[in-house]
Design a protein around this ligand. Structure first.
Ligand code: CP
Length: 317
């Protein structure tokens, strides 16, 4: 098995099946700490630096919460406007990360520019964790999603995933890569102008992932064990920040999952995962159904990041 020590977590493209299971094993070991709301001293001598160039609620705070649970230190920025990268100087990733590597032992970065974490990793000798890069990837979110399934169902093999929403989203790339390491079927329900590229689909098929496309959730939902959602009423992820407008529009029914659709067409034990935030693709009354698992993801997100930090910093081999 490959060691995680010092590893950059930039993409799930290069993750092997054994990597996922080792992470889940460590997450299972650490979960009781988070569940009992305790802090330990496993990473007492380590510092996490968070460099967030794009807004975040879950990813930054759960990564920081994970470090606190492990007794480590946390510093960073959540708005690049307060740094030299966001003012007159527009300081480069190279210059910024040449500095930051001396301020922390691991760096979690979110950036609107696809590939920014990869560029940061070139100039940092401490591990870089990609917390979302433009439309690129969102590895820690998908590790959270998969751990939630492992936790809830005890397996990922054998599941049929229906991915619905904006196919350009970074989670959709990471989940596609991750599922190539499991025995899964994948149905894509993406608007034509928000689809993944043909190259990406070809790459997944070449890695033996069974992939098909459908036009609506109504057409695809009966086969789905896992309903994996993103909005189609969506911000532009290549921008540092997108302000709210009055006329965001509504989600067409083809890309919605409603309580009625679940009642009439879904498998009785289908599970809904959503990385959040949501718009009207997933109405709030679905929260009261047995299918919702996105609040469990909030807990699993802390646990997975505890496991990842412990592994890349070598506290657990
Ligand atoms: N799931 C997710 O990435 O949420 P945030 O944008 O709030 O971090």
């Amino acid at each position: 098995m490959r060691s995680f020590l010092g590893r950059d977590i930039l993409s799930l493209r290069d993750w092997e099946r054994s990597d996922f299971f080792r992470l889940f094993e460590v997450a299972d070991e650490l979960a009781p700490i988070a569940k009992s709301r305790r802090n330990t001293d496993l990473l007492a001598n380590k510092t996490l630096l968070t460099a967030f160039y794009q807004p975040s609620t879950r990813t930054r705070l759960s990564t920081e919460a994970a470090m606190h649970r492990l007794g480590g230190h946390v510093l960073g920025f959540s708005d690049a406007k307060m740094t030299r990268a966001g003012d007159f100087y527009q300081e480069s990733i190279k210059d910024t990360f040449h500095m930051l590597e001396f301020y922390g032992d691991v760096i979690a970065i979110r950036h609107h520019q696809q590939g920014a974490p990869h560029e940061a990793a070139k100039w940092s000798s401490v591990p870089i964790i990609n917390c979302g890069d433009g439309w690129g990837e969102h590895p820690t979110q998908v590790l959270t999603d998969l751990y939630t399934l492992h936790h809830e169902l005890g397996t990922i093999d054998g599941l049929h995933f229906m991915c619905v929403g904006d196919g350009r989203m970074r989670t959709m790339h990471s989940i596609g890569y991750a599922l190539t390491q499991f025995d899964c079927d994948l149905t894509l329900v993406f608007p034509p102008d928000m689809n993944v590229t043909e190259e990406f689909k070809e790459e997944l098929r070449a890695r033996n992932l069974r992939l098909r496309e459908c036009k609506s959730t109504e057409e695809a939902i009966a086969d789905a064990d896992v309903i994996y959602m993103e909005p189609v009423v969506q911000a532009d992820y290549t921008k540092a920040r997108v302000e709210a407008t009055e006329d965001k529009g509504l989600t067409p029914p083809e890309y919605q999952v409603t309580r009625e659709l679940l009642r009439d067409k879904a498998k009785r034990d289908a599970i809904i995962l959503h990385s959040l935030p949501r718009m009207d693709e997933l109405p709030a009354d679905v929260d009261e159904t047995r299918h919702a698992r996105y609040w469990q993801e909030a807990f699993c997100g802390v646990v997975v990041r505890m496991a990842l930090l412990s592994l890349v910093l070598g506290a657990i081999e």
